[in-house]
Unconditional design. Structure first.
Length: 255
C-alpha cells in the first residue's frame, strides 16, 4: 500500500510504507530515486504506483533542515533565472528542490523548443556542490509552479489544491453545451480547462433520455423534426420541424 505525499506543488507522489500508515497531514521523510526528501501525507492508504518508500516521520531537525534547503533552492532559482536571461537561453526556470542531504538538486524548467542546459548543470554543480538534474515540465505543470488566475477570478486549481491532472477532452465541453472556442474553454496553460471534469458526471446523468443532436425524433403530438440543440439542465431539446419552424420540447413530451 502507498500514501500520497505532497512536496512543492499540490501534485501527489506515492510512497509505500511498512506497518501502520503515517497519519494524514504528518510530515514524513521518504526515499526516492533522488535521495531523501521531506513531504506531507495527503491521502489515506491506496494502491497507487509507488515512487519509493516512507522512511520515517519527520523530526524537528528534518523540518528545520528542509526549511534551510528551501531557502537555498530559492537562491539557486534566482541565480539561474538571471543566468538564463544573461545568456539569452529560451527556457524558464520554474522551481528548484534539494534532497535532504543537499547532495542532489532538481531544477524544473519549461521551454517551447529543445534547449541545451549542460553548461548550467556544470555551473550549478560546482557552485552548490550537488548533482544537478534538469527536468522539463509541460504547460500544465508550468502553470502549477508559477501560479495563475483562472477565468473565475480565483487562483488556478492546479497551483492551490488539485492533486493530479485528469484526462480532459473536447467531449466534456460539448456535453455541457459550452462554446467550442479555444479562448472560452482553455486555461492560462493553453490546455483544456481542468474544471470541465467537475460537473461532467451531473451532465452525463442529465443527458440520459435526451436524444443526440441531429437525431430525428417526434413528439407525442405527432410533430417530427431534427434535434438542433439539447438543453440538459432544462431537460428540453430544440427541434427543427418539417415546416421550417423551431420548437423547444421537454423530454417528457417526446414519443
Amino acid at each position: 500500500m502507498t500514501v500520497g505525499v505532497r512536496f512543492r506543488t499540490p501534485l501527489l507522489r506515492y510512497f509505500r510504507f511498512q506497518g501502520e500508515p503515517p497519519p494524514l497531514e504528518a510530515y514524513v521523510v521518504v526515499r526516492s530515486q533522488r535521495g531523501l526528501e521531506v513531504g506531507k501525507v495527503r491521502t489515506p492508504p491506496a494502491g497507487k504506483r509507488e515512487e519509493g518508500e516512507v522512511v520515517r516521520l519527520a523530526t524537528k531537525e528534518d523540518l528545520d533542515k528542509a526549511a534551510r534547503l528551501r531557502a537555498r533552492a530559492e537562491e539557486v532559482l534566482f541565480y539561474l533565472r538571471a543566468r538564463l536571461k544573461e545568456e539569452g537561453v529560451a527556457a524558464k526556470a520554474l522551481g528548484c528542490d534539494f534532497t535532504l542531504d543537499g547532495g542532489h538538486l532538481t531544477v524544473h524548467y519549461a521551454a517551447e523548443e529543445r534547449v541545451n542546459l549542460r553548461r548550467f548543470s556544470r555551473e550549478l554543480g560546482e557552485r552548490y556542490r550537488a548533482r544537478v538534474e534538469f527536468l522539463a515540465e509541460g504547460p500544465r505543470e508550468e502553470a502549477q509552479y508559477l501560479g495563475t488566475l483562472g477565468a473565475c477570478g480565483m487562483e488556478s486549481c492546479c497551483s492551490t489544491w488539485l492533486q493530479g491532472f485528469a484526462q480532459v477532452s473536447i467531449k466534456l465541453a460539448r456535453d455541457q453545451q459550452l462554446p467550442l472556442s479555444p479562448e472560452k474553454i482553455s486555461g492560462p496553460c493553453g490546455r483544456l480547462l481542468c474544471c470541465l471534469t467537475y460537473e461532467h458526471p451531473v451532465y452525463q446523468e442529465l443527458l440520459k433520455g435526451l436524444p443526440r443532436v441531429n437525431a430525428r425524433v417526434c413528439t407525442k403530438a405527432g410533430l417530427c423534426g431534427k434535434v438542433q440543440k439539447v438543453h440538459p439542465l432544462k431537460g428540453t431539446v430544440e427541434l427543427y420541424l418539417e415546416d421550417g419552424k423551431t420548437l423547444e420540447v421537454p423530454k417528457e413530451d417526446l414519443a
